[in-house]
Ligand binder design. Structure first.
Ligand code: FUB
Length: 317
């Protein structure tokens, strides 16, 4: 019995260790992590790079969900919705984010429309793992570069949706979470050189190098906007503000370009969970991985005493 107990313990430890390694998901190529803490559980929403790269570009049809109560062991909830959830979409299931409000989960997702062009849809569900359905039967927003929505609800209850590549936009969402304040409308954020990363590769003439993938959060009354920057390949940077809509002040690089694995994009997500801060990102680190076969990774980190974010090194642990 002693021997049996020891083997069980060894197997359990092996599984726990294996699941805590980066990339944390070893069974699918996953990208664009969007973590959400709800009722003591971390829900990790990801996009999904198809295992076969068909057109040497992003081949992405559905979104997956994983959950964990300890950041070590993860439960796979499978593909919880696809671009076909939006009957007006023809594909390109890129980076989204899910949030809870008043008993429902709202999942903001970028896709391409059947009649062409980028759009952001919103799906709604009673449970964090589905069933998600199209909340309004049409795009919430549509326009060139309308990708990578990031949703945030402030302590006063006002919700914001940021998105965009290469421009950055936001709207103030109404309380129903499926419409937005038409008086404020769609606001284009000035991507100034003082406000955003200026590390630019190549001949890009923009004043700053914000690229895409914004992630907005609040900590100790300071608002943080994380984002990939710098063109190809991307690094992760952040900016801060005293309010949710700026003006933004450049904060620094969070994660340098990841050389190993060949992923030229990166994409930040952030949570505080059980007293620790976590950066979620992706790389090309899984066997056979690369720019179109990416994998979600996690690093825990400590904010500096002044609230700034340190440079975080990608690890395999
Ligand atoms: O996954 C497709 C696109 O690549 C995302 O929308 C971007 O953020 C980048 O990660």
């Amino acid at each position: 019995i002693k021997k049996f107990g020891l083997s069980v313990l060894l197997i359990a430890l092996t599984i726990a260790t294996a699941f805590a390694q980066n990339p944390i998901i070893q069974t699918f190529y996953t990208a664009d992590p969007a973590p959400m803490v709800h009722n003591g559980t971390v829900y990790l929403y990801t996009s999904h790079d198809e295992d076969v790269t068909i057109k040497n570009f992003f081949t992405m049809n559905d979104w997956r969900c994983y959950s964990s109560k300890d950041m070590v062991n993860w439960t796979d909830h499978g593909a919880i919705l696809s671009y076909q959830t939006f009957n007006w979409s023809r594909g390109d299931a890129w980076a989204g984010q899910c949030i809870y409000r008043d008993g429902k989960f709202y999942y903001y997702l970028p896709v391409n429309q059947k009649n062409g062009g980028n759009a952001i849809g919103v799906a709604v569900s009673d449970s964090p793992t589905g069933n998600f359905r199209d909340a309004i039967g049409k795009p919430l927003l549509s326009g060139f570069g309308y990708i990578d929505p990031s949703v945030f609800i402030d302590t006063d209850g006002q919700a914001y949706l940021y998105w965009g590549n290469p421009e950055l936009y936001y709207v103030k969402l109404n309380k129903d979470m499926v419409s937005y304040d038409q008086e404020v409308g769609i606001v284009k954020v000035p991507l100034t050189k003082d406000g955003f990363s200026t590390r630019i590769k190549g001949a890009d003439k923009r004043p700053s190098s914000y690229e895409e993938g914004p992630w907005l959060f609040k900590r100790n009354n300071k608002y943080y906007l994380m984002y990939p920057a710098g063109g190809v390949p991307e690094h992760l940077s952040y900016s801060t503000s005293d309010g949710p809509t700026g003006p933004w002040t450049y904060g620094g690089v969070i994660m340098d370009v990841i050389k190993e694995g060949g992923a030229f994009t990166n994409h930040p997500g952030y949570i505080d969970f059980m007293g620790k801060s976590y950066l979620f990102y992706h790389n090309g680190g899984l066997a056979g991985g690369g720019g179109f076969k990416r994998s979600v990774c996690i690093e825990s980190f400590d904010f500096n005493p002044d609230g700034s974010i340190p440079l975080i090194k990608p690890t395999k642990e």
